[in-house]
Design a protein around this ligand. Structure first.
Ligand SMILES: CC(=O)SCCNC(=O)CCNC(=O)[C@H](O)C(C)(C)COP(=O)(O)OP(=O)(O)OC[C@H]1O[C@@H](n2cnc3c(N)ncnc32)[C@H](O)[C@@H]1OP(=O)(O)O
Ligand SMILES: O=C([O-])CC(=O)C(=O)O
Length: 379
């Protein structure tokens, strides 16, 4: 039976425009990215992550009074309930921290503050509470997995500085905190990527923010998406020394292995965020004696571009940068969640402000119509 044209599948939805958005604009031809009209590299360099979060959630950069009020709201919401802390204590120690944060967000969805269906306003209010609580959840899970005491959040510190304190027990040099804060800005939002699309699909059924964010976290975990930042560091460790980088790459390409941290569905000639993230990585390498990771990275980057014309994506410099900041590798994708929850929330609010159920069609490729036969007559 011939398939009508409108039922021909567009695999991976490549090139499909599914809706409009005013949150961000990804421009692959000029390798640039704008959050509500502002170039992301300027935001990363000139603003604190909290200002960028406000911009994405409310549409404009805050003035000083607006930022104060926003920070008060976020900082006073960082504590977790004793119920959630008890649940976290029972998480399997070998479970991946991404599964822990997904489960934690799902649990939060049942607490009074988060329960019920959402409109754009309630989604933003709950999103700010998630922005506040997710870092606390990630740090608490990690310290318990290490057999350490949980360090409670501090209201006198920024999101970035407080996260270092909760994970590592102190706040590092200003340069390191700035690199982490800037990385959060770079990671906060990126159009209709797989996790954001998942969040929009979920909330298009009039489900709620915590459901949308739990689904988005599940989508982000995969190594073709957010999980790549962890995979990059595993790959650099596997290579081990700069001399081994070229033979390793040749063998990997010969065996058709995917090189994590390279390639992108939308950017085909370079990711807009890589120059800024690479700058942070390079300065951390100097500060923290990480020259070897830089040298291995440079070989891979040069060779992938010249041999395959495939460019690094944001996860490529971010992996070693997070490692040099002192985070365990399995925290890298949860760290992505801490920032991207802002983009997901902005998209959920936008979806709800002009909602239409997302329900695409399928191109059927199974058997043609046939009759059901009794069980005794089946071969
Ligand atoms: C923050 C983020 O989520 S950024 C993305 C992070 N993900 C990664 O780094 C994982 C590694 N990269 C990839 O797997 C891919 O580049 C993706 C998933 C990001 C994009 O995939 P697609 O848009 O489907 O690209 P596609 O797979 O069609 O790639 C085109 C060609 O480049 C090759 N290619 C793409 N990425 C890579 C890579 N990382 N290593 C080796 N070859 C690659 C493909 O094999 C394909 O070759 P072919 O035409 O000979 O079959
Ligand atoms: O846009 C994408 O497909 C993936 C990505 O870079 C992101 O989500 O930051």
């Amino acid at each position: 039976m011939a398939t009508p044209d409108r039922f021909v599948a567009k695999k991976g939805l490549e090139g499909v425009v599914f809706d409009t958005t005013a949150v961000s604009n990804v421009l692959p031809a000029e390798k640039s990215l704008y959050y509500r009209g502002y170039p992301v590299h300027e935001l990363a360099e000139q603003c604190e992550f909290e200002e960028v979060a406000y911009l994405l959630l409310f549409g404009e950069l805050p003035n000083a009074a607006q930022l104060d009020a926003f920070q008060d709201q976020e900082r006073s919401s960082r504590e977790l309930s004793s119920d959630l802390l008890e649940v976290i204590e029972r998480f399997p120690v070998k479970g991946h921290p991404m599964d822990a944060v997904r489960t934690g967000v799902s649990f939060l969805g049942m607490e009074d503050e988060f329960s019920g269906a959402d409109d754009p306003e309630s989604a933003v209010r709950k999103g700010i509470a998630l922005l506040a609580k997710i870092p606390t959840m990630i740090a608490a899970t990690q310290r318990l997995r290490r057999g350490q005491e949980v360090i409670p959040p501090r209201e006198d510190l920024s999101i970035a500085a407080n996260f270092f304190n909760m994970c590592q027990g102190d706040v590092p040099e200003a340069e390191v905190v700035k690199a982490f804060d800037g990385a959060m800005t770079l990671y906060a939002e990126h159009g209709f990527n797989a996790s954001t699309f998942s969040a929009r699909v979920i909330v298009s059924t009039l489900s709620d923010l915590c459901g949308a964010v739990s689904g988005a976290i599940a989508a982000l975990k995969g190594s073709l998406h957010g999980g790549a930042n962890e995979a990059v560091m595993h790959l650099l460790e596997e290579i081990g020394t700069p001399e081994k980088a070229l033979p390793w790459l040749e063998e990997a390409l010969a065996s058709k292995r995917k090189i994590m941290g390279f390639g992108h569905r939308v950017y085909r000639s370079g990711d807009s965020r890589v120059p800024t993230m690479s700058k942070y990585r390079d300065s951390l390498a100097k500060l923290r004696d990480g020259q070897k990771w830089l040298e291995i990275s440079n070989v891979l980057e040069t060779e992938m571009i010249s041999r395959k014309n495939i460019y690094p994506n944001l996860d490529f410099p971010a992996g070693p940068a997070y490692y040099l900041m002192g985070f365990e590798i399995d925290l890298f994708t949860p760290i992505f969640v801490m920032a991207r929850v802002v983009g997901w929330t902005a998209h959920v609010a936008e979806q709800l402000s002009d909602n239409r159920l997302v329900r695409p069609l399928a191109e059927y490729v199974g058997p043609g119509p046939r009759e059901v036969v009794g069980i005794g007559e089946r071969s």
